[in-house]
Design a protein around this ligand. Structure first.
Ligand code: MTE
Ligand code: MO
Length: 388
């Protein structure tokens, strides 16, 4: 585990300072790196405000192969924009030979593809880090699997005619806000080679119905295997660049940094993770699970953005011995896989953890992978259980 030194912690703002600056991070703090909480500092009101807008997957919904729409996690940086579908156009421009402007009708006449994709926010697991990066305080629930229907992106880029020397492809949404002092439309770029991948979709349906407004109506990018930030919602512009994109969400946010001044590595694909469907029934406040003694089958889902999951193992209490779970086949290359493992539940309090290993050999760590933004924390889950 790598931790910043104590001197690197910023003091939490007083309420007076907060109202002067217009919030926890402040609207004028242009260059301020994301804040890291003081040791023992609780979740702030700013974080609660984000958590109340952006909901997670209720973990019992891991039981569904495809997440019902209202139970899929949700993350919106700014406000959900109002988009008029009749006047809306997708523009493809920049470093291309033939710029395009496509209506929803134009897109619906193109080849139609449905893909089952597990999406996870790069900040999932952030609130479990110590010290805790101050931002949307996800525990482990920022994940969901949907059937996305739309048209493949690559043929449209080909039709626009990519100029020589294309480097990045920028995807711009219709939503607008200010983040650490930088006013912006939400936009994210993918390296040119990744943008040309045959699995990328411009999606206009989710689970067989038009995109719900909170999930990007009328059109969003689906970049299977990538963390959520790449799947730009309310998509209105695709711009090909002959240089590297230096916009906020690529150059400032979504980088793995140990120190504020580090350039950092970009956040890209989803690290492997396994989550248990919570067994038994919960205590209201603590969410501790109550499970009857005896033979118990634990089930869950596991996924990775680097290829299929090849093993899921369970440990009870000690973290030393791991039992192999039965793992479902990767029938959908970008969707989570089911697993099940028998556990002889003995009376007392227990901690259950499942860990996933993927086809590239990546395995979930039992020590937190810390970085200032709290990204890609795929530390194994701990499920607190009382067997009665
Ligand atoms: N235009 C736009 N696209 C966006 C975002 C956003 O705030 N604006 N949030 C991103 C992030 S960080 C995530 S995790 C996913 C969440 O997608 P969902 O809300 O459909 O689950 O959308 C991504 N696409
Ligand atoms: Mo995210």
């Amino acid at each position: 585990m790598t931790e910043p030194t104590a001197s690197e912690h910023r003091r939490a703002a007083t309420p007076e300072e907060r109202s002067e600056r217009g919030g926890e991070a402040g609207v004028t703090d242009v260059s301020t790196p994301g804040r890291v909480a003081e040791p023992g500092e609780g979740i702030t009101v700013d974080e609660l405000q984000l958590a109340a807008r952006n909901h997670g997957l209720p973990l019992e919904a891991l039981r569904y192969d495809v997440t019902p729409v209202g139970l899929h996690y949700l993350l919106v940086h700014y406000d959900i924009p109002a988009v008029d579908p009749d006047s809306w156009r997708l523009r493809i421009g920049g470093h291309v030979e033939r710029p395009l402007a496509l209506s929803l009708g134009d897109l619906s006449e193109r080849p139609r593809v449905t893909q089952r994709v597990t999406m996870e926010c790069a900040g999932n697991g952030r609130a479990r880090l110590a010290p805790r990066p101050v931002s949307q305080p996800w525990l482990v629930e920022a994940v969901g699997t949907a059937e996305w229907t739309g048209t493949p992106l690559a043929p449209l880029l080909a039709e626009a005619g990519l100029g020589q020397g294309a480097v990045d492809v920028v995807f711009t949404g219709a939503d607008h806000g200010i983040e650490r002092g930088v006013e912006q439309d939400y936009e994210r770029a993918l390296p040119f080679a990744d943008a040309l991948g045959e699995d990328l979709l411009l999606a206009y349906e989710m689970n067989g119905a038009p995109l719900p407004v909170q999930h990007g109506f009328p059109l969003r990018l689906i970049a299977p295997g990538w963390y959520g930030m790449a799947h730009v919602k309310w998509l209105r512009d695709i711009t090909v660049l002959d240089r590297e994109f230096d916009g906020f969400q690529n150059a400032v946010a979504y980088r793995l940094r140990q120190q504020p001044e580090d350039a950092g590595e970009p956040v890209t694909r989803i690290e492997p993770r396994a989550l248990l469907i919570p067994p038994g029934f919960p205590d209201f406040m603590s969410r501790i699970r109550i499970v009857p003694a005896g033979q118990c089958t634990l089930e869950g889902r596991a996924w990775s953005g680097y290829g299929p999951v090849t093993a899921v193992e369970l440990t009870v209490d000690d973290g030393q011995s791991w039992t192999r779970a039965e793992l479902g086949a990767p029938e959908h290359p970008y969707a989570w896989q089911h697993f099940a493992v028998d556990w002889p539940a003995t009376t007392g309090r227990h901690l259950l953890s499942a860990r996933a290993t993927d086809a590239t050999g990546r395995v979930q760590p039992v020590q937190q992978p810390w970085n200032r933004g709290g990204f890609a924390n795929n530390l194994v889950q701990r499920v607190d259980v009382v067997v009665a």
